[in-house]
Design a protein around this ligand. Sequence first.
Ligand code: OXD
Ligand code: MN
Length: 595
Amino acid sequence: MMETASSKTVVEKNPALQQWVNETAQRTKAQRIVWLDGSDEEYRQLIAEAVKAGQLIPLNPEKHPDSYLHRSDPNDVARTEQNTFICTLNKEDAGPTNNWLAPDEAYATLNKLFEGAMRGRTMYVIPFLMGPPGSPFSRVGIQLTDSIYVAINMRIMTRMGAAALKQLGDSSNFVKALHSLGTLDPKHRYICHFPQDGMIISVNSGYGGNALLSKKCFALRLSSWLGRKEGWLAEHMMIVGIEDPKGKVTYIAGALPSACGKTNLAMLQPPAKFNGYKVWCVGDDIAWLRIGRDGRLWAVNPEAGFFGVAPGTSMQTNPNMMKTITRNSLFTNVGMTPDKSVWWEGLDLPADTTGWLDWQGRPWDPKSGQKAAHPNSRFTTPIKQCPVYSPKWEDPEGVPISAILFGCRRSGLVPLVQEAFSWAHGVYLGAMLESETTAAAAGATGVVRRDPMAMLPFCGYNMGDYFGHWLKMGKRLTYPPKLFRVNWFRVNSQGKFIWPGFGENIRVLRWMIDRVNGGGEAVETPLGNIPTAAAFGAEDLSVSKEDWQTLFSVPRGEWLEAVKEQGKFLDQFGDRMPAELLQEHRAFIRRLATE
Ligand code: OXD
Ligand code: MN
């Protein structure tokens, strides 16, 4: 850990960085500036300090080596989209789906909130690198924060410290990410993005998505803006490699809304029947995608860790994640047992729960009807610990993407899988994504909301322009990936999920790969191509014939109702909405009406 004096050499080499750090320290009246170098020794020191300050509770060293529990303020447990702003000069550039503040107004409000905000506190200077060192994809950010919890999490979630400073050198080309816990007052909580200034400012929240500014703020909101300017894409996508029994690996990227199984999909364990198949996890949340010289789409995961939802994660749903979090992991807002082990809903519950504590540290009784873990409780853990971690994560070129899926959580309407007729049609399928809300964002859960490409809360600019950018990318690709839409969550007439999901999703991926390779029989529906039962090969699953039909049905009447709402959604973008997408919409309505 570098105190101000010993960091001198680094600072002297970079006047832009020096100036920003000094100005911020003065304005916030930080008591101490600590530059983080990302070393193991420093990490241990930070942990020890956080334990001393009561920010982290050491877990049972035998059961959870080097792992800790953090309890956050109960008012600060999820992303707060109502406090999240895109501050572009022009309101139209933020578009109708983002909250907007004029930059001057936002800076004036934030400057007041930051005046003296770090008095008596330490300001950590966190250089971080997004993407592999030396990669044309990679970018540097510097986060300033007064939260030791954030500093520790950033060490897991990014390539932090020396690697970032090395890449940066004396350049002023870094994203400025300023964060303060402030008073945690939700009424004055702001997560502001200034894409034109390469600046993020967040105050009054310590929650991951609001405070680990590398993640949603930098790697998605600012980067999506930058990607449009520079001709690439920053997407809310996992990246997975599927190795077939012959050893050929096909890479698939997939966008799913928060807490809809994206992480499970990124490291799925194929059932025993599929033991010739191997899955390689490159990333679980964010993909940066560029067109390679070979005309294919190449992806990197800019992050270095997983910030996963704990409830529902178990040996049945995600054994690879359970193995990943056995050590060196942080748990936030989960339940705790008397022997200092962690617990959340979805894990086995023993008969005796004497002495168990809930996520707020209160005695917990399973009969109370209260949850032990907060529904958006999380773990933070290094990607390299994942048993199916892909060494390609470190490849500066990334991995070539053969297929992209857009997933949603719908109890009806959307079949298990459908393949788009073309790139433009796939962009339309992604743009029309609707999903039932989850606990990852504050607000009611289970309400259907439109979430284009699972990017609604993360697109840093006008989504009309975003769809246009996607269409343009398709035209520039010589070998565009095939596009698909999936829905694991369709229910039958008894309200039960039809599709077993989890490891069985390998069947869906296998069909996609067959399609990529020119095989995989399909039938055409108004929504896209869907697999024939024979091509899909699911006879051995205990899905009844009737359920199978429901799983792939296209209820025309309901769809004709749904497209009216979709039309309204498309209309709100006015002349920013590309004509080509409107054509796709009209063509879809025609197909629904005529077939
Ligand atoms: C996340 C989210 O934390 O999408 O990844 O909310
Ligand atoms: Mn996410």
